[in-house]
Design a protein around this ligand. Sequence first.
Ligand SMILES: NC(=O)c1ccc[n+]([C@@H]2O[C@H](COP(=O)([O-])OP(=O)(O)OC[C@H]3O[C@@H](n4cnc5c(N)ncnc54)[C@H](OP(=O)(O)O)[C@@H]3O)[C@@H](O)[C@H]2O)c1
Length: 277
Amino acid sequence: MKKQRCVYITGGSSGIGHSLAKQYAYAGDNVVLIARDQAKLDAAVRDCKACANNALQGIAGVSIDVSDIDNLPTRVTAVIEEHGEPDILILCAGIAGNKTFLQMSSSEFDTLIAVNFTASREMARCILPAMLKKRRGKIVFMSSMSGLMGVYGYSGYCASKYAITGFAQALQQELYDTGVNAIIVCPTEVATPMIAAETDTVLPQTRLLKDLAGTLPPDRAAGIIIKGIDKNRDIVLTGFVPRLFDFSHRVFPGLFRTITRLIIGYASRKPQDIKRV
Ligand SMILES: NC(=O)c1ccc[n+]([C@@H]2O[C@H](COP(=O)([O-])OP(=O)(O)OC[C@H]3O[C@@H](n4cnc5c(N)ncnc54)[C@H](OP(=O)(O)O)[C@@H]3O)[C@@H](O)[C@H]2O)c1
């Protein structure tokens, strides 16, 4: 019989995290969702319970602001005491911000780094020692294609996601032979509330660049991500087009830059035609 795992998912109340949570619940695992808004957590817990396949599964939603890093160790210890240590920690809590560098205030920029990078780093710090002791566990870092290549209008977001990618790649080397895996996930656009919130304000240059890479439904993205986690992939890309983008960006950087410039030039000239309705 398959062992029931304990999966913690930050950002589990919405979007990609919510889809991941439902799929782990469907697989029979215990799931702990972590986010700030308790009402959204309660709704997500109900959705997960509807997907669960046995009444003994533990499914809970805990309200924590993961960017409150001073209180994180105490809050996480309390969660572990109540729900047990995680076999899989998925660090999916995040925010977006689509503005050019000079449009974005320093404090908005700092918030992106604090929520997207520093909070994930400190969550990993809370959980990793116990995993190392057991010589078992997986920590999944939600980066982005914006953590592999620069994207117009995402200077703050890209900085936060590159930080995750670089940090987690170094951690992967430190974790060789420990039994613990760090997995980096770099999705292209996924149709979540985060993206819906940007619809009316997204810069046309950003929109066009993202349109070229395509948009996935959250449940489809979650399925690909879970397969990657099961296979202990170092890095999970969500399909052929992102793999092609990643390959051409690394192997033909000059060509990639030229094409990107042409696209941005086009979008800058005709924003009203390109912006999504
Ligand atoms: N959607 C995409 O196109 C896409 C592509 C690549 C990567 N990603 C990454 O995937 C992750 C999830 O994105 P999503 O699109 O699913 O976003 P989403 O639907 O907006 O969900 C974000 C989740 O993070 C939680 N959260 C935000 N700030 C938090 C905080 N300070 N403390 C605790 N929880 C917090 C939110 O709940 P509360 O607001 O209630 O706290 C929510 O559950 C993010 O890291 C994002 O950067 C998304």
